[in-house]
Design a protein around this ligand. Structure first.
Ligand SMILES: [Zn+2]
Length: 165
């Protein structure tokens, strides 16, 4: 696998079957990890209808991890009824660290990114302008363009913890 791309579902706090079609892993409000319909390996070569289509223009080689929630999100002041929780965010970071170790990925801007960052780098894809993840409700002081770096530092920290075990 080449990279991990982080998302929010723009839905409720628990994954639906429909959401499970789009992501390899979905993290609920309590931080529990649910597996989607497809495995990361299904995205190595994306054959029609047999891979998780989480990132327009960037699905090949990409593991999709989604935090369940953020339905009704408009901006950092209007987050809807399902703002990402602390346990959920930390759970997702821990999962991403585990996946980075499992797939031998270093943690940098080319291997771990948000959907927003992917779209920003690839403006001709349908991923351009996606808001996930530009706001982290449990860490509201992290700015829109800092969210990716914040996420990468978290994952690096969890990765360190994992090696100690
Ligand atoms: Zn997304």
């Amino acid at each position: 696998m080449k990279r991990i791309i982080l998302h929010w579902t723009a839905g409720g706090y628990y994954p639906t079957a429909a959401e499970g079609e789009f992501y390899h892993f979905l993290v609920d409000a309590e931080g529990k990890v649910h597996k989607g319909r497809f495995k990361p390996e299904d995205n190595i070569v994306c054959k029609p209808k047999s891979y998780a289509a989480h990132t327009g223009g960037g699905n090949a080689g990409s593991i999709g991890v989604a935090l369940c929630g953020m339905e009704g999100y408009k901006d950092r002041r209007i987050c809807g009824k399902y703002p990402i929780t602390l346990s959920q965010f930390e759970g997702a970071m821990k999962l991403a660290a585990f996946l980075a170790v499992k797939y031998g990925l270093t943690v940098d801007r080319t291997t771990i990114m948000t959907h927003y960052e992917f779209g920003f780098k690839h403006p001709s894809t349908s991923s351009y302008g996606k808001p996930d993840i530009t706001f982290i409700p449990p860490y509201p002081w992290v700015g829109k363009n800092e969210a990716g770096d914040f996420i990468r530092s978290k994952i690096r920290w969890y990765k360190t913890k994992m090696k100690e075990v």
